[in-house]
Design a binder for this molecule. Structure first.
Ligand code: SF4
Length: 656
């Protein structure tokens, strides 16, 4: 039986999403016993490479040119399209060299790209000054300033990434509003109570992006001739692509069995009642795929094997079949992940953000490993702790992790590792570091942690010696009252000391921040920003991101909203996806307004700007129109939020 595991579009472009690599490694352990051949494919990368090929960009130009035939239409085109049509031939000529450069297959092109005369420069370049006439070929001073000490290659990668973004805008604004570089049709699936919008989109007139994906899918089927296709949708932005591919596979290989699984399914389809899903897929599996797929494949091979956490359609109804006597495959028996079959040299490293931590996410190819399944803490009240991917903790032995690391280095030739744990356990990190140093295995790694007090300066130095270059962790609301309410298990003081220990050891720190938590007041938010400002100023953190709090159905807050002072709005009748739940917080803080100021402050802090300014300066004065302007002039920018109540030396006092 030929098994094909697929990542549907779109996910990140710099490295494969690990689900198919994990499952391929696992299923190959059982290949001989069940008579399987197991292959994997990344349709996300394939779609990107096809859309960014010269023939497709030429078709894009033809189609948009046809639509904008009259001067009036041309004049009303969005700036991205107007610019593209004016330089279409150059886009066709340069798109493949630019992608090759971003794949690190043509490094010498950097010199031409930084000359600023090679790539057409659309609206995404607007913030960069053009080189003066006669200076083409010299590095633009503003660009050089923006990049600080970055070298020519990285400047060129940034410029080539802007070029990729310009073209993505053209695809989205001109051809398919659902298309983005890291997501495709996301809104059709994220917390979508009914299947109708997705169904309508799938039945609608296909766009050039759709046609390209359909064509790619047919090619995949022709290459692999699969009997069984497992499609893993990790995020809502993969779901439209997953269903579209399923339909094309059904048409090209009607006898193949199709299965849908992945992170989005595990989170959002726990109450699935929509039978039309099974027009596309034969089975939908929940939680870790190893056990459900193994049992299903055994059954298809004629064994007596019960289904586990698997939805099927019976008599027109959706039924969840799950044999309670079957257990999940423990971490120690899941094998070694493999990227075999994926075109590793063709992944594209974009460099869109100058922030060093964001670059780790989108830049470079990282082998992905986990030290443990689930989270050892599993208490945070905003987190999906009731779901298997968080709630079932199962740590891998250090021996096994080392075997996986060695195998992935041997297979890929790459020594960069991203630990994709929900929160890597400190004890496991210590044990791994000791082994890496003792065995002289030299790797570069980063991952997600909790800012535990266990991370002493000594431990941080050990991790750095073992190759750790960055960590990310949740500081969330940066308020001890709210950290307590969310059962985060850390205090701001502890975070200050731990992050400083990491920084002192030479490890970059990224903090996940949150605003809009139940009962959070404007004063809480302003004070949180002040603490974050002080953490940046004290060199504790170098990077951060504010997330807006969302109540999710499977978190303690979503399950018991009354304990957190909020009321959930009556849910729509859900037959399809269910995750975010709307709620009312009687405190009534204007989080939309505050969010804009928080983002502006953070952007500047990450560039080392405004660290000594009063945090009120980041929030726009309220009120619009001339009266608002007059008010602004009279009261200054500080009038819209209260002054912070946090002492200006709070973080310094914690560190002392
Ligand atoms: S938020 Fe992070 S630390 Fe908290 S329970 Fe979830 S995974 Fe664990």
């Amino acid at each position: 039986m030929r098994v094909l595991l697929v990542t549907p579009p779109m996910t990140q472009l710099n490295t494969p999403y690990p689900a198919t690599a994990y499952l391929t490694g696992f299923l190959r352990l059982h290949a001989a016993e069940l008579g399987l051949t197991v292959a994997q494919a990344d349709a996300s990368l394939a779609l990107f490479l096809r859309l960014y090929s010269a023939p497709l960009v030429a078709r894009l130009a033809d189609e948009l040119g046809r639509r904008a035939r009259t001067p009036a239409r041309r004049a009303s085109a969005p700036p991205s399209i107007a610019h593209f049509l004016g330089a279409a031939e150059r886009y066709v000529d340069t798109v493949e060299p630019a992608v090759r450069f971003l794949q690190r297959r043509d490094p010498s092109l950097a010199l031409r790209i930084v000359g600023r005369a090679f790539l057409p420069e659309g609206p995404r370049f607007a913030h960069l000054a053009r080189p003066a006439a006669g200076e083409a070929g010299a590095l633009d001073e503003q660009l050089a300033t923006a990049f600080g000490t970055l070298g020519t290659t990285e400047q060129a990668r940034y410029l080539a990434s802007l070029f990729v973004d310009d073209l993505a805008d053209v695809w989205r604004e001109g051809i398919d509003p659902r298309f983005e570089l890291a997501r495709y049709g996301e809104r059709l699936a994220a917390s979508a109570p009914t299947f109708d919008p997705l169904h309508e989109a799938l039945d609608g007139e296909p766009t050039l992006v759709d046609e390209t994906l359909d064509e790619l899918t047919r090619e995949l089927v022709a290459t692999h001739r699969p009997d069984f296709v497992g499609v893993s949708a990790p995020f809502p932005g993969n779901v439209y692509g997953a269903f579209r591919m399923a339909r094309a596979i059904r048409a090209a290989a009607p006898r193949a069995t199709l299965v849908l699984g992945g992170g989005w399914v595990n989170t959002e389809l726990r109450g699935l009642r929509e039978p039309r899903v099974f027009d596309y897929f034969d089975y939908v599996t929940l939680d870790d795929g190893e056990r459900p797929l193994l049992n299903l494949l055994a059954r298809l091979r004629g064994r007596r094997s019960p289904l586990v956490r698997t939805y099927v359609r019976k008599d027109g109804e959706v039924v969840l079949e799950s044999d309670a006597t079957q257990h999940d495959i423990p971490n120690r028996d899941t094998g070694i992940p493999t990227y075999d079959g994926l075109p590793l040299e063709r992944y594209v490293s974009v460099l869109e953000m100058l922030n060093p931590m964001h670059r780790l996410w989108s830049d470079g190819r990282w082998n992905k490993i986990t030290l443990a399944h689930g989270c050892y803490w599993k208490k945070c009240t905003f987190c999906d702790v009731s779901l298997d991917y968080i709630g079932r903790y199962d740590r891998a032995s250090t021996d096994l992790v080392m075997r996986r690391i060695r195998a992935l280095i041997a297979e890929t030739g790459e020594t960069g590792f991203h630990l994709v744990d929900e929160a890597a356990p400190p004890a496991a990190l210590r044990a791994l570091s000791v082994r890496l140093i003792a065995d002289k295995v030299s790797i570069t790694w980063w991952g997600n942690i909790r800012f535990e007090k266990t991370f002493t300066p000594d431990l941080c130095r050990l991790l750095a010696e073992a190759g750790c270059v960055a960590v990310s962790g949740g500081l969330e609301v940066a308020s001890d009252r709210l950290l307590e309410l969310m059962k985060k298990g850390v205090t701001v003081e502890q975070v200050a000391r731990v992050t400083r220990a990491f920084t002192d050891a030479g490890i970059m720190v990224h903090a996940y921040l949150m605003y809009g938590f139940p009962t959070e007041t404007t004063q809480d938010t302003v004070d949180a920003l002040e603490r974050v400002r002080q953490l940046f100023a004290a060199g504790c953190i170098q990077s951060a991101y504010w997330h807006r709090f969302a109540a999710t159905a499977h978190s303690p807050i979503g399950l018991h909203p009354e304990r957190y002072g909020i009321t959930l709005r009556p849910p729509a009748s859900v037959t399809f996806a269910h995750n975010d739940v709307a709620f009312d917080d009687p405190v009534g803080t204007d989080h939309d307004f505050l969010g804009a100021g928080l983002r502006k402050a953070l952007y500047n802090y990450m560039h080392g700007v405004g660290l000594d300014a009063d945090v009120r300066a980041w929030f726009e004065p309220r009120g619009r129109g001339p009266r608002g302007k007059r008010q602004r002039r009279r009261r200054g920018a500080r009038a819209s939020v209260p002054a912070t109540t946090v002492p200006p030396d709070l973080i310094e006092s914690y560190l002392a």
